[in-house]
Design a binder for this molecule. Sequence first.
Ligand code: NAI
Length: 354
Amino acid sequence: MQKIAFFDAKPYDRESFDRVNNGRYEIKYFETRLSEAALPLADGCDAVCAFVNAEINRNVIEGLVKRGIKILAMRCAGYNNVDFAAAYELGLTVVRVPAYSPYAVAEHAMALLMTLNRHLHKAAARTRDYNFSLVGLTGFDLHGKTAGVIGTGKIGRVFCDICKGLGMRVLAYDAYPNSDSGLEYVDFDTLLAKSDIISLHCPLTPATHHIINHETISKMKSGVVFINTSRGGLVDSDALLDALRDGKLGGAGLDVYEEESEWFYEDHSAITKQNKTLSLLVSMPNVIVTSHQAFLTHEALSNIAVTTLDNLDAYFNGAPLVNEICYRCIGDAGAPQGNVALCSKRCNGRCQKK
Ligand code: NAI
């Protein structure tokens, strides 16, 4: 039976993977994140399964390949944390879970927006204290407001639908607009200038790094509510903080943070060390930070387990790898379909040459 070294394992991962695996693979669960130091844990395994905040750089990939690991199964959609050039060069196959529940993430984005707008986080804290005052809790109708959605792939489009369901106008920006979507696409600056709410749903690539910065924030309406459930690196956190402090931004709902890998997914409450910008953000009344949990629904966890184990089955059975990615597929700009013309997956169902 093939063995999988499963890193960053949380109780909810074990529950869904054990249920779906049903004895197919021997899964060795490790709480630690995949890193150079953790590599010996993969000794004797055939595959490695890792998650969103592991830094899978050339050294880690070299270490895996040296240990005879042939496949890295990422149990997430985003893949900005993997050195694909090194993986390709060294012959490590990388698969991922491209979609497990766009609804989970889009609904969380809307939950952040609604909580911020109607001050539910403050109201819940107040009523626990037997404070039933409404002063300071005034929100605005979402109906009739304009949502600017950056990135209209699987998640972005569900978010657009939710906004439309609430009677909002939706303006969309995408580097690769989808002409069949029925969305009103505008250029980036128009979206910034006209939106009351801006929500990010594009991948983190060299082209999108710090797409939200001092300059782009200055082009937004005053009081705009900003939501990021995509990747922290899309936003210059200090620029965001400045804009929140001077009132340019009305609020921010953040499920991701630029330097989250050191903090998110673990309980640091007993430790005095803190990240300065993150501490300032979490302390602001008009900011809600959740720790990269937008994906966390039963349906998504189940789909992640099913697709990850199916990816491994396909690999070990010599079948085409529909969810494999390499540096040629992803291209530079994060095109949704990748640069398929350059990728050999078209010919043999797999990316890797070796
Ligand atoms: P997708 O690949 O279906 O859609 C991404 C969209 O972004 C595409 O339409 C693409 O054309 C567009 N895009 C690419 N480059 C762009 C650019 N430079 N400017 C504007 N748009 C650009 O991806 P999906 O599934 O909708 O996921 C979106 C992102 O959500 C992922 O990349 C990931 O970072 C994040 N995510 C967050 C999760 C969470 O738990 N917080 C869970 C899953 C995904």
